[in-house]
Design a protein around this ligand. Structure first.
Ligand code: NAD
Length: 515
């Protein structure tokens, strides 16, 4: 199979200089502009959706097997072209090669196979055994049919996993998908869209609508369902706009995920997890560890372990595999948020044990930062920071930790560390979050059989599992009467005799309270 054009040259026009209506794409680790993409107008989005609508019936007609073949072909393509694809993800996002490899390519390959294999089972017709005596002898079937054209709007922190990753089940369900990557990181998605054509996907089944927020808003105006991943503020706008047309939405939004460390925890593991999942992708993960609550007896020991480990992290321009642990801050305004949260915390008495400022020189890097003496009057404990920060708070006991963990408008992921797993699970069940881990963090995302989603302002709906594909369909319940009498008891004319009969039935069936 041939390969696509080198992505940076493929998207550049006019010798690399932007044309009017184009958006520059920056490598945040070097500050260089690596390409330009079109800032699509609302009219263009409308036209793209119209073409996707025309292409959808042919794609649906391929059946699960035909669609799965394309997914398997793409999986093979990704493995063959992994170096080029990783290069582009690293270049537009500033993340490490390891993060691009594992959290993007590995996840997407796994996901392609997962949905290719399971879509048919999750969407198979379901025979329902109706309990009502009125339906005796009748057949009830539920079937799932694709919405038509699904709009997928993605963020910049995981351009493939959180954009194309959501398109996979939508496509396997038989929809066309118009995908709107973040204007900050559109290149990897464009590369995948080109690759899909090579892999046998018909034209216009998964077009890419590049552009800023207005392009995303225009998409909401034309598609049949919207899958949005991004900030809570934008998610609310998307839902408001979707409400105008009453189209279904699924929202994966921000988080302020807590980690609880109990006195009996394996502290070494807990500290490794805290550092890994607070600093990975420079903390730009919706389910990063954003705040930690540690029981008093082990607090000092835990803090000391964390600081030692954070001080060992190498940060810089992601080069070869194994070169650095922490890459760049992808999105320029994110630095202001990180600085504001640290500044506010320090003003209110927090102590910065390591890090605390943006690095000077080329590229956009923020030092991995550990803070103590923090409390819930500080934004760093209540608002999403989305940066390489780890605020650690001392708590009296597990009850106080749970109370503080739940003192949040978000509810995405959460974790508890203790050697007593029964106690850990009991605490996990008390956390107001869509997902909880005991002695682990984030790994639940790989259980694609299980739903992943947020409560509160972290979102609506879930991805993964049965519901993660049924949401891309509408259900149709079909009732079939094969051997029906000419007249059923409930039909006209009304008679005293039949009414009395039903009354007797009612008394017989439900007249006594259950014991
Ligand atoms: P964002 O909300 O700024 O943008 C997300 C996408 O929405 C972009 O493609 C953007 O162009 C588009 N957009 C902007 N305005 C729009 C509008 N009015 N209508 C339609 N689309 C519009 O988010 P971001 O900064 O790209 O991503 C970071 C945020 O995403 C963080 O809050 C993070 O927690 C969240 N996130 C959540 C999950 C999850 O699964 N829950 C995963 C990753 C990121």
């Amino acid at each position: 199979m041939s390969t696509v054009e080198k992505p940076d040259t493929a998207v550049q026009t006019n010798g690399g200089r932007p044309e009017a209506g184009q958006i520059p794409v920056e490598n945040p680790a070097t500050g260089q502009i690596i390409g330009h993409v079109e800032d699509m107008s609302a009219a263009k989005v409308e036209a793209i959706v119209a073409r996707a609508r025309l292409a959808q019936p042919g794609w649906e007609a391929l059946g699960f097997k035909g669609r799965a073949d394309v997914m398997y072909e793409l999986r093979h393509w990704i493995v063959q072209n992994r170096e080029r694809l990783i290069d582009i993800v690293v270049a537009e996002n500033g993340k490490t090669r390891e993060d691009a490899m594992l959290a993007e390519l590995f996840y997407v390959c796994d996901s392609l196979g997962f949905w290719a294999k399971r879509a048919e089972k999750y969407l198979a017709d379901q025979r329902v055994r109706a309990h009502s005596p009125m339906l005796l002898g009748k057949k009830v079937v539920v079937r799932y049919r694709p919405h038509g054209v699904v709009g997928v709007i993605g963020p910049w922190n995981y351009p493939l996993t959180l954009g194309f990753g959501d398109a996979i089940p939508a496509l396997m369900a038989g929809n066309s998908v118009v995908i709107k990557p973040s204007e900050v990181t559109p290149l990897a998605t464009m590369m995948i869209a080109e690759a899909l054509l090579e892999c046998g996907m018909p034209e216009d089944v998964m077009p890419v609508a590049t552009g800023r927020g207005e392009t995303g808003a225009a998409l909401v105006d034309h598609v049949d369902m919207i899958m949005f991943t991004g900030s809570t503020a934008t998610g609310k706008k998307v839902m408001g706009r979707a409400a105008e047309r009453l189209i279904p939405v699924s929202l994966e939004l921000g988080g302020k995920d807590p980690m609880i460390v109990l006195a009996d925890a394996n502290l070494e593991r807990a500290a490794n997890m805290a550092v890994q999942w607070a600093m990975s992708n420079s903390g730009q993960i919706c389910m990063s560890v954003e705040r930690v609550y540690v029981e008093e007896p082990v607090y000092d020991q835990f803090v000391s372990k964390v600081v030692t480990k954070v001080n060992r992290l190498r940060q810089g321009v992601p080069g070869e595999a194994g070169a650095v642990e922490v890459g760049a801050v992808t999105f320029p305004p994110q630095v202001e948020t990180i600085e504001r949260h640290i500044g506010d915390a320090v003003d209110k008495g927090a102590e910065v044990l390591t890090g605390g400022k943006q690095k000077t020189g080329a590229g956009r890097f923020f030092e991995p930062t550990v803070l103590t003496n923090v409390d819930h009057t500080m934004a760093i404990m209540t608002e999403e920071t989305f940066g390489p920060t780890l605020p650690i708070m001392k708590v009296r006991d597990a009850d106080e930790a749970v109370k503080l963990a739940n003192d949040s408008r978000y509810g995405l992921n959460s974790s508890v560390f203790t050697r007593d797993v029964a106690k850990g699970e009991a605490i996990a069940r008390r956390l107001d979050a869509g997902n909880s881990c005991v002695n682990d963090a984030l790994m639940n995302y790989l259980a694609q059989e299980a739903p992943f989603g947020g409560t509160g302002e972290s979102g609506l709906g879930t991805r993964h599992g049965r519901d993660g594909i049924r949401k891309y369909c509408s259900s149709q319940t079909i009732l079939i009467t094969r051997f029906g009498p000419k007249r059923e008891p409930v039909m006209y004319p009304n008679s005293r005799r039949t009414t009395k009969l039903f009354e007797k039935m009612m008394v017989l069936m439900w007249g006594r309270k259950p014991k």
